[in-house]
Design a binder for this molecule. Structure first.
Ligand code: GTP
Ligand code: MG
Length: 138
């Protein structure tokens, strides 16, 4: 899945009414939405999605937060998608995120940081497959 990445608008940003502004920023930054859905994660699904962080001090809080409300999941297409999207969303901690990034603009805190972006081509593929069927992805 080169040139694709996976994103979720997290429950804080959905609840605060930022879906439209965030999608506008994503699209005006050159990403094409290849697949998208608004949905909710059960705590089981959130645990599975963030399994790599199991055992870390913030894991339970992360799972609780990610299953606390609606999210918007999407597969995005652009040349150099993974790296460019990580730059567009900004640092994990919004206080350290650059001006103009999605997290700087819309995140509340490190735990409630508005948006997810895949960190590698391999994870982009795994995460896209987690949310979307083959028919939805192509
Ligand atoms: P994602 O795009 O959501 O994967 O974020 P990231 O890649 O920038 O960060 P990482 O994968 O390391 O952590 C996943 C999520 O766990 C982050 O987005 C945060 O919401 C949360 N998180 C990470 N570190 C901390 C922490 O030290 N404290 C708290 N409260 N949450 C954290
Ligand atoms: Mg991550």
């Amino acid at each position: 899945m080169d040139n694709k990445t996976f994103t979720m608008i997290k429950p804080d940003a959905v609840g605060n009414g930022h879906i439209g502004a965030i999608l506008e920023k994503i699209c005006s930054s050159g990403f094409r939405i290849a697949a998208m859905k608004m949905t909710r994660l059960t705590s089981e699904k959130a645990s599975e999605f963030y399994a790599i962080h199991k055992g870390k001090p913030f894991y339970d809080e992360l799972v609780q937060f990610m299953s606390s409300g609606h999210i918007v999941a999407a597969i995005l297409e652009k040349e150099n998608a993974v790296e460019d999207f990580r730059r567009l969303i900004g640092a994990t901690n919004p206080e350290k995120a650059e001006d103009g990034t999605i997290r700087k603009l819309y995140a509340e805190s490190m735990g409630r940081n508005a948006i997810h972006g895949s960190d590698s081509d391999e994870n982009a593929q795994i995460e896209g497959n987690f949310f979307f069927s083959e028919l939805e992805r192509f």
